[in-house]
Ligand binder design. Structure first.
Ligand code: SF4
Length: 348
């Protein structure tokens, strides 16, 4: 079985995955309790799918009855990006959105991996990327890939800017052991979160998380949170950027589809408002920015324009924004622009 494990990890690397580790198919009880408590507080926001069948998230045999092991793979995506804008007033895109949509990328490679494994060694397998019914980070910890930082992300030897993908398999591969590491007394991420979304170590309130609000959340954002979103147009890397474990960037570990950027990390809001839907689709097809869509990004941009950091009074800008409100067809974007203008004019 060890030979099969090594061959599987080697094949996964060939397909562009990073590290791999092997876990039992069931997580220990503390994970089920933590998930239950997190859900009971409503920290999953509008992601109702997370509350569905929580038992499946901690027990992979409920998804694949013959499952004997969960093999978790990383896909590192960190790269050197400027944390200061090239021009004042530009808006920022999170690192994980700079390349191709990783769901599509990992799913395609995962299918190839499953086909190869079945044809070479037999067995029954299933592959999940992110949206699968599994607590992937907890399985990754049990598979010895790293530990959970206080920001709730998995910290691996390559840092925490990694995507995760999981293979459920009926093959009884040799297990890996969890690593003995922790954040110690550090609390940089807890203090750095602009919206206070990190309620406690490893407890994220998605309702306040900028990543969730700018990508997943539909409709208007709570007025109390809007002023804190800038400069994030889509996603947020703040808690991971302050983390000492992310100081070293090894760009050689990045998948080529991420190393070749499709999107720049800083955007001008004027560009967004000058695009039509067809131009947007052409420019961002296959990228995660298509998830919030053009109107979602415009809404976010409007909140940034009216934020504490960006709302300097400039008559020309106000005239332009008022013109945009007049021409805007989307009600949520129009309200967001009106809110920004009001804040610029009133200073509130
Ligand atoms: Fe842990 Fe500090 Fe990194 Fe937060 S910033 S995950 S507390 S090491």
């Amino acid at each position: 079985m060890n030979e099969i494990k090594q061959a599987l990890l080697g094949k996964a690397r060939e397909l562009g995955f990073g590290r791999g580790g092997v876990s039992l198919p069931i997580l220990d009880n503390s994970n089920a309790r933590a998930l239950e408590e997190w859900l009971s507080k409503g920290y999953h926001a509008e992601m109702a799918w997370m509350a569905r069948e929580p038992q499946r998230r901690v027990d992979a045999t409920l998804s694949l009855p013959s499952c004997k092991r969960v093999v978790v793979f990383t896909l590192p995506y960190n790269q050197v990006v400027s944390e200061t804008p090239p021009q004042v007033g530009m808006l920022r895109v999170s690192r994980y959105l700079l390349g191709r949509d990783y769901h599509r990328l990992a799913e395609k490679q995962g299918k190839k991996l499953v086909r190869w494994l079945r044809e070479t060694y037999g067995g029954t397998h299933r592959f999940y990327v992110d949206a699968g019914p599994l607590l992937e980070r907890a399985f990754a910890v049990q598979a010895g890939l790293g530990f959970l930082g206080k920001h709730g992300n998995l910290i691996t030897p390559d840092g925490s800017f990694v995507f995760l993908a999981s293979l459920l398999t009926s093959l009884e591969l040799p297990l890996d052991t969890p690593v003995e590491k922790s954040c110690g007394s550090c609390r940089l991420c807890l203090d750095a979160c602009p919206t206070g979304a990190l309620k406690a170590p490893r407890v994220v309130d998605s309702r306040r998380c900028i990543s969730y609000l700018t990508i997943e959340h539909k409709g208007s954002v709570d007025e109390a949170l809007r002023p804190k979103l800038a400069p994030w147009l889509a996603g947020c890397d703040r808690c991971q950027e302050v983390c000492p474990y992310n100081r070293k960037v090894n760009e050689q570990t990045i998948h080529p589809d991420f190393a070749t950027r499709r999107v720049e990390s800083w955007f001008s809001w004027e560009t967004l408002f000058s695009m039509n839907e067809t131009q947007f689709k052409e420019a961002f097809q296959g990228n995660g920015l298509s998830r919030p869509g053009l109107n979602g990004l415009r809404r976010n941009a409007a909140y940034c324009i009216g934020s504490d950091k960006m709302r300097h009074r400039d008559e020309k800008r106000v005239v332009k924004l008022k013109e945009m409100i007049h021409n805007e067809e989307d009600a949520v974007v129009r309200e967001a622009l009106s809110w920004a203008v009001k804040r610029i004019l009133n200073g509130t």
